[in-house]
Design a protein around this ligand. Structure first.
Ligand code: HEM
Length: 132
């Protein structure tokens, strides 16, 4: 592990906002195509991408773009209108794993990022999987 990864922020280790942008751009086309995730999202995905860029920049330890614009993230509350099931959390993380790879993030850092995101993803679960 390099010193940056041991002591710096994920944002720095990724190489800053440009990489966060590439991750978001690789992520949402996958989300839209995913049968469990796609139907939850609006046709015009651009505004969601912009918010996610701002949120992830801040979540990874970069500039507080999201809070500066929208106030306290309250991310679990913002997800309550949508049925987030354990399978959807898993699917979301799967799309993110592929997006990180497409964005050229190396494997060790991909693992760190996914571990960091899996806490919130499962925390946002607000209903159980449909048993059918
Ligand atoms: C666990 C599975 C997840 C599902 C199914 C999900 C789904 C959604 C949906 C449907 C929206 C609303 C899109 C719209 O504006 O109409 C949304 C917004 C958002 N999600 Fe998620 N999400 C998940 C996990 C996450 C995680 C782990 C993060 C980040 C740690 C995240 C960050 C965001 C952000 C930043 C927004 C925009 C919030 C805003 O409107 O200001 N989501 N998500």
């Amino acid at each position: 592990m390099t010193e940056v990864q041991a002591y710096g922020t994920i944002y720095e280790a990724l190489g800053g906002g440009e990489t966060v942008r590439r991750i978001v751009e690789a992520f949402y086309p996958r989300v839209k195509r995913h049968p469990l995730l796609g139907p939850l999202f609006p046709d015009n995905i651009e505004p969601v991408m912009e918010k996610q860029y701002m949120f992830l920049s801040q979540f990874f330890g970069g500039p507080s773009l999201y809070s500066d614009r929208y106030g306290h993230p309250m991310m679990r509350a913002r997800h309550l209108p949508f049925p987030v099931t354990p399978k959807r959390a898993e699917a979301w993380l799967g799309c993110m794993a592929e997006a990180l790879e497409e964005a050229g993030v190396d494997e060790e850092l991909r693992e760190i990022v996914l571990t960091r995101l899996s806490g919130p993803a499962y925390h946002f679960v607000n209903t159980e999987d449909d048993p059918t």
